[in-house]
Design a binder for this molecule. Structure first.
Ligand code: FAD
Ligand code: 2HG
Ligand code: ZN
Length: 465
């Protein structure tokens, strides 16, 4: 579509007309986030096909004073990957190449726009796992997962995205390229740019390629669903399983309210362990069949007598459905406020117990759904029945979590959703240091303004003579 925007013509010269979108019907998919809570108009969408094209696009946007929102799969849940009003959306979707798996180092380099599912299938064929998994795997991109330091279902064994990162390549706000793809396990040569960019939510640079650490695939797995009478029992059972050395990969927790929502949306029958106030879904994997090891580890524990166990693919997927389909079931019930927080094991149950009253005080008619990754302390607080811009519950929940020594951001990032409350968890000194890093790497505030830190617009630095 012809456009009067000179920037569109300029960028089309870099990426080709077919990768430059200005038609409002085509922009729509890039303008609203997965939750439908956050949306804004894009000036245009540009889809570069290489690191060099990203760098040239960024340089030309900077010259035109156009701010840029990097976007991967647009599965983010804190409004950080969609425009707030008039930004250029830079989609990484075309940079999705997969290099051959390096079986000697156990690493692989992939394009930032590759989906997690594509990378998982690629490395699985060579006998490896990326050690990271989440329900948005078919759409979420590796670049987005680096930008948010994504967590997911296997953090208790493999860590978050930061732990899986062996290196990356990124374009900075001035269009320069930093490339740390060497994959060395040791490197003490100064500031860790890879670690810094991980979790920076597109505010410091645009990730174009990623080098991932892999782990050997283990052949045998088992899934166990437990019914428990309280959150304390879930925490206690997991602590004892860890103490007994159970070969756990995942320990997911959800309450009866989540089961009711999933059953209402999907038509699933009651869970085979029966419906209980709390549930613990465990995945174990090992070189040798872990069924007996799990049975021994569960012996005599709370919930052990209700256990539903599956070690075949269909049976395991059927148990996982009660957990994996929670997010879609919430979305079908309305536009949620999503607050992903994390707590230490010794504070987890007390915080969870406090949340219903906190939410009811701020919004008596709201519906609260609680679930999360107990293995790493994440609670996904979902609240339905609120206007998208009514933030009283958000603030009350985040204050409650901080009062229980937890973090206001576990794995989805801060985005725009939680930016007003970052000060609850990060000190003035830390916020000043973060602002100084932003000012050093992006002095004109071109990358993802308003995400994570308050937006700043400074005049671009004078060009070198
Ligand atoms: P986007 O949504 O496109 O962007 C997210 C952020 O990263 C934005 O700030 C964006 O500007 C920035 N960004 C994107 N790509 C780049 C890049 N190449 N360079 C620089 N910045 C970039 N998250 C978890 O952590 N654990 C889960 O278990 C989990 N489960 C989910 C389940 C469902 C059903 C859904 C819908 C989401 C889930 N998420 C989960 C959230 C989401 O999938 C992650 O945050 C994921 O990392 C986002 O990837 P994306 O490619 O979709 O990024
Ligand atoms: C999950 O763990 C995701 O399924 C999404 O992080 C959480 O829907 C949510 O709040
Ligand atoms: Zn999660």
């Amino acid at each position: 579509m012809p456009t009067a925007d000179p920037l569109a013509a300029d960028l089309a010269g870099v990426v080709g007309q077919q990768h430059l979108l200005v038609d409002p019907d085509l922009l729509a998919a890039y303008e609203t986030d997965w939750t439908r809570r956050f949306s804004g108009r894009a000036r245009l969408v540009v889809r570069p096909g290489s690191t060099a094209e990203v760098a040239e696009v960024v340089r030309r946007c900077a010259r035109a004073g156009a701010t840029v929102v990097p976007q991967g799969g647009n599965t983010g849940l804190v409004g950080g990957g969609v425009p707030r009003g008039g930004e250029v959306v830079l989609s990484l979707a075309r940079i999705d190449g997969l290099d051959e798996v390096d079986g000697v180092s156990g690493q692989v380099t992939v394009g930032a726009g590759a989906t997690l599912a594509a990378v998982q299938a690629h490395v699985r064929a060579a006998g490896w796992t990326v050690g990271i998994d989440l329900a948005a795997r078919d759409t979420a991109t590796v670049g987005g997962m680096v930008a948010t330091n994504a967590g997911g279902l296997q953090v208790m064994r493999f860590g978050t995205m930061r732990a899986r990162l062996a290196g990356l390549e990124a374009v900075l706000a001035d269009g320069s390229v930093v490339s740390r793809l060497g994959g060395l396990d040791k490197d003490t040569t100064g500031y860790d740019l890879v670690g810094l960019l991980c979790g920076s939510e597109g505010t410091l640079g645009i990730v174009t390629r990623v080098r991932l650490r892999l782990a050997p695939l283990v052949p045998a797995g088992v899934t166990v669903l437990l019914g428990l009478e309280s959150t304390e029992a879930a925490v206690g059972t997991l602590a004892e399983l860890r103490r007994r050395g159970a070969p756990l990969v995942s320990a997911e927790w959800f309450q009866a309210s989540a089961v009711a929502l999933v059953r209402g949306h999907t038509g699933l029958p009651a869970p085979p362990c029966g419906t209980h106030p709390d549930h613990l879904l465990l995945d174990a994997a090992d070189r040798h069949d872990p069924v007996e090891a799990m049975a021994a580890a569960l012996d005599g524990l709370d919930g052990g007598d209700t256990a539903a166990v599956a070690d075949d693919r269909a049976g395991r997927e059927a148990l996982w459905a009660y957990r994996e389909r929670i997010t879609e079931s919430i979305g079908a019930a309305g536009i949620p406020h999503k607050l992903d927080v994390a707590l230490r094991p010794d504070r987890f149950a007390a915080a969870v117990a406090a949340l219903p009253a906190v939410v009811a005080d701020a919004a008596p008619a709201a519906r609260l759904v609680l679930f999360g990754h107990l293995g790493d302390g994440t609670v996904h607080v979902n609240v339905l029945g609120l206007a998208p811009d009514d933030t009283a519950v958000d603030e009350a929940v985040l204050r409650c979590v901080v009062a229980h020594d937890g973090t206001i951001g576990a794995e989805h990032g801060i985005g725009v959703a939680k930016a007003p409350w970052l000060h609850l968890y990060r000190s003035d000194e830390e916020l000043r240091a973060m602002a100084a890093i932003k000012a050093a790497l992006d002095p004109a505030g071109m990358l993802n303004p308003g995400v994570l830190l308050p937006a700043v617009r400074r005049p671009p630095p004078a060009p070198p003579r």
